[in-house]
Design a protein around this ligand. Structure first.
Ligand SMILES: [Zn+2]
Length: 98
């Protein structure tokens, strides 16, 4: 028997229930606090990660501007940019694949 939860439109959930429960983890009323705690942690992680990535992108943009203005050495800037872009790509990979 799948999860006993029914959506407002009458559809059933179809996920497997947890042991000793008629519901899956996402629908068991007894797991509500635990679900909220997980949602908060996830939201917080996402928030910090996106803030960090935003900062990284801003730094890269600033660095390009400085190079264009002749304040930085172009080759050094390129190497630096490559390293930072690699880091951002790794972060995105980590975030999207857990
Ligand atoms: Zn369910």
């Amino acid at each position: 028997m799948p999860c006993a939860f029914k959506f407002p439109n009458g559809d059933t959930c179809n996920r497997p229930p947890m042991r000793k429960s008629r519901f899956c983890f996402g629908h068991d009323p007894k797991k509500k606090q635990q679900r909220l705690a997980i949602a908060k942690r996830t939201a917080s992680l996402r928030y910090h990660a996106s803030t960090d990535l935003h900062q990284q992108a801003q730094d890269l943009s600033d660095q390009i501007s400085a190079t264009e203005a002749g304040q930085d050495k172009p080759l050094e800037t390129l190497r630096n940019l490559r390293a930072r872009i690699d880091f951002v790509l790794e972060e995105i990979e980590r975030l999207t694949h857990g």
